[in-house]
Design a protein around this ligand. Sequence first.
Ligand SMILES: NC(=O)c1ccc[n+]([C@@H]2O[C@H](COP(=O)([O-])OP(=O)(O)OC[C@H]3O[C@@H](n4cnc5c(N)ncnc54)[C@H](O)[C@@H]3O)[C@@H](O)[C@H]2O)c1
Ligand SMILES: O=c1ccn([C@@H]2O[C@H](COP(=O)(O)OP(=O)(O)O[C@H]3O[C@H](CO)[C@@H](O)[C@H](O)[C@H]3O)[C@@H](O)[C@H]2O)c(=O)[nH]1
Length: 432
Amino acid sequence: MAELSLGVVGAGYVGLTTAVCLAHLGHRVRCADIDKSKVDALRRGEVPISEPRLPELLAEGLRTERLRFTTEIAELRDADVVFVCVATPMGERGRADLRALESVLRELGGLLRPGTVLVLKSTVPVGTTARVPELTGRDDLPAVSNPEFLREGFAVRDFLEPDRIVIGGDAGADRVEALYSAFDAPVLRTDPASAELGKYASNAFLAVKLSYANELAELCEQVGADVRQVTRTMGLDDRIGPAFLRPGPGWGGSCLPKDVAALRRSARDRGMRFGLLNAAERTNAVQHERVVHKIQEVLTGSPYGSPAGQRIGLLGLTFKAGTDDLRDSPALAIAARLAARGAVLTGYDPAVPAAKGGSIPDLHVVDDPLLVAKDAAVLVVLTEWPDFRDLDWAQLAQLADRAAVVDTRNLLDADALARHGFTCRGIGIPTR
Ligand SMILES: NC(=O)c1ccc[n+]([C@@H]2O[C@H](COP(=O)([O-])OP(=O)(O)OC[C@H]3O[C@@H](n4cnc5c(N)ncnc54)[C@H](O)[C@@H]3O)[C@@H](O)[C@H]2O)c1
Ligand SMILES: O=c1ccn([C@@H]2O[C@H](COP(=O)(O)OP(=O)(O)O[C@H]3O[C@H](CO)[C@@H](O)[C@H](O)[C@H]3O)[C@@H](O)[C@H]2O)c(=O)[nH]1
């Protein structure tokens, strides 16, 4: 297709990935962000987040001069299509906070040429795309909802090889579809409301599935079953599928919690109680507490015993492996609960340097897993980094006060750890 001039607003996980990938596909892309230090870093070819392939694609875009970064949104005025990718975090009473998005749309309304297509890639509540004329003050800017489904840690891969592309809208939708013509993925053309809701519905379903797995893990412990075998049994049924059935410390990240809350709230605003979402959220909060109880049981012999004054070593701080993102991390939620009860916490994460972790309250972040083990009464695996399997567990056993592990991701080989004298308690599996 003919090379288009594209604009992207927001250079975060979604905006930066969109910008570098569209430049990679041969388009001229201007990416605007209000964060000057981020823009300066990107111009130097430095990627502020940890995502495979982003550095190479950024370098390529800068080298070919197809990709440029700016703090001036006005530089997007000649674009044929503008992708809006700013954050829509959790706001009051669970509602999506649309202030950044609304302000961007107002600004764009003051500068774009008639006919420029506005693409909402940010996750937005039903009805937001329909409000674009009101927010821009223009009726000559076609608006399309094109939700993004990429996962952190796989951002580039998921963008370039998506499971599906959803394009909600009428005017302008053909031009957006053409941008994706090189992709081998089903394209769903929908109305804007269905596209917007499809995004929330997908994330909320994943959250429900995870809460189900976490609750099931608890039942497994009660009845003496092994959740790994139970979920394998379920996952081999094509109708269920094996993904998103691994129990853990709770689901987190910058998307699932805020999107479940926003969907629940938008149902509530229309007089509907979406009970399943309430239950999934409640189960998630309970999961944090279950992990704390498990740790307290290992420390004191009782799930309700106090961890005050005890040294606890945390292995993994990010919300999942493969990312350096700490936003809404269950690991930090659990750390906060333990710290509030007087535990003394040290943490290590391969993606979180001590300098960056310095801002986490009540947690001393170190750059060496051995320092986490030193004098610890228990080690807690909170993120499923595969590197943790290969730690020098013999040395950790020598450094620790007690050789005890709570493995909230069922990551470690309990038999191998037992050879070094460790007891290892997982989630939903028989204790060794
Ligand atoms: N992170 C993900 O994995 C992911 C995946 C799919 C969809 N989403 C959705 O995409 C949206 C963006 O998420 P994200 O994680 O990329 O956010 P982010 O916080 O990583 O990035 C947002 C960027 O927007 C910039 N920004 C804020 N106001 C601006 C303005 N007025 N003008 C220009 N730039 C501005 C910020 O400085 C920041 O760099 C959200 O709606 C999110 O729900 C996120
Ligand atoms: O079997 C599993 C799978 C995931 N998780 C947890 O679930 C959370 C979310 O994981 P994931 O969905 O991989 O994270 P994100 O990168 O935030 O991606 C989700 O949120 C994005 C933003 O909307 C969407 O685009 C993606 O499709 C959607 O998967 C994390 O805490 C994981 O540790 C588990 O506990 N067990």
